[in-house]
Ligand binder design. Structure first.
Ligand SMILES: *Cc1c(COP(=O)(O)O)cnc(C)c1O
Length: 398
């Protein structure tokens, strides 16, 4: 009752940019959420691949609270220890040499786009500013990142877009070769197209793409906003591909729910950012930096990535068993703990049924169920998910 009243109020006061689940969430712990009526839900969405260490992780919580009591914010006109520490951990565990901090995935990609243009401009002058992007990609909602996003549904009503993006089909090296030109400064892609429906890049494709871009000093930007921070069973998705990008963007799970973003880049590339070229008032602020440091330390110290790889295999097995049983499951794709179940019926209806059964999942593209549970998920919790999926799918089949 109170819940329904609040939802009415939300519809009155909040911009109508989201189709929301009809519950008011009040509390989270591990893989579980509670609503205002006290009902408990198994969360296989994790704030959209954000709360990789589970909801309200005690280490991150304590780290942020301790920092909040010392210093909320001071601006990037000063050095702070938390920011330096956060950058050091990111560099130590990646291909990169330097970090720029911001507050979201779109901002991180925005920074990557600006950095690529600036790097090319400094070295080669004007007119070498084009970025090749992928059909079916998703890079964010700012004008530059919407322009970089290869899905027309995100463009509707927002033209004119930013110039300088050439969109090509994903996983097609012949088309990359065809479109690279003297004007190209970068190629930008996700290694698993996530919003696009969980489509992984092929190994051979990424290898050739890396060689091709490196030979022409064209930067390779990998959007790891959703795939980074252990999600795929490695620290970063690029580690599955035996190569290193020039720039990667991070956000989502980087602060386990605290709003932070970053780009990590190779030293000679990051040098194109000089004082005055790019900035963010809140980027790397002490609380955000504390969230990053405690998130990454917990991920490493608690062996979460190894756990993700293991239970990811377990979940995959369960999903394959579902696929065998239900003919409306067309495909199961993913790695680690990012999985898509492609179905031949309406996915949004199924998401509602899962919610009624106390499980939170989501649907992209209308027919691809997306599973991105916290990386700390236990096998018993995966069993609960598979049981409930069986119950729902059995009804659907019947
Ligand atoms: C979510 C997402 C973004 C956008 O991140 P925001 O924090 O919502 O701006 C960009 N790229 C990818 C791959 C994402 O999944």
């Amino acid at each position: 009752m109170i819940q329904e009243k609040l939802i009415k109020k939300a519809q009155q006061y909040l911009a109508n940019t989201y189709t929301r689940y009809p519950i008011v969430v009040t509390k989270g712990e591990g893989c579980w959420l509670w609503d205002l009526d006290g009902r408990r839900y198994l969360d296989f969405l994790a704030g959209i691949s954000v709360c990789n260490l589970g909801h309200v992780n005690p280490n991150v919580c304590d780290g942020v609270i301790a920092q909040a009591k010392k210093l909320f914010h001071v601006s990037n006109l000063f050095y702070t220890e938390p920011q330096i520490k956060a950058a050091e951990i990111l560099v130590e565990h990646s291909f990169g040499d330097k970090v720029f901090f911001c507050n979201s995935g779109a901002e991180a990609n925005e920074a990557a786009i600006k950095l690529a243009r600036r790097y090319s401009w400094k070295k080669y002058g004007e007119k070498r500013h084009e970025i090749i992007v992928m059909e079916n990609s998703f890079h964010g909602r700012t004008m530059a990142t919407v322009s970089a996003t290869g899905q027309p549904r995100f463009h509707e009503g927002f033209v004119p877009l930013l110039e300088g993006f050439t969109c090509v089909p994903f996983n097609r090296i012949d088309l990359i070769a065809e479109h690279l030109s003297g004007k190209t400064c970068a190629v930008m892609l996700e290694l698993i197209q996530a919003e696009g429906g969980i489509y992984p890049a092929k190994k051979e494709y990424v290898k050739k793409l890396r060689d091709m871009t490196a030979s022409k000093d064209i930067l390779l930007i990998i959007d790891e906003v959703q795939t980074g921070i252990g999600r795929t069973g490695k620290f970063f998705a690029y580690e599955h591909y035996d190569m290193e990008p020039d720039i990667m963007s991070l956000a989502k799970a980087l602060g386990n729910g605290f709003p932070v973003g970053a780009i990590v880049g190779k030293g000679h590339v990051m040098e194109a950012f000089e004082p005055g070229t790019h900035a963010s008032t809140f980027g790397g602020n002490p609380m955000g930096a504390a969230a990053i440091t405690t998130t990454l330390n917990t991920l490493i110290d608690d062996g979460i990535i190894k756990h993700c790889e293991e239970v990811g295999k377990y979940l995959h097995k369960g999903l394959l068993s579902l696929k065998k049983r239900y003919p409306f499951i067309v495909d199961v794709r993913g790695m680690g703990l990012i999985w898509g179940i492609e179905i031949s019926t309406d996915g949004n209806e199924l998401v509602k049924e899962f919610l009624q059964e106390g499980v939170i999942i989501n649907c992209t593209k209308g027919n691809i169920l997306r599973l991105v549970p916290p990386l700390i998920v236990k096998k018993e919790e995966i069993d609960i998910f598979i049981d409930i999926a069986n119950r729902i799918f059995e009804r659907k089949k019947g």
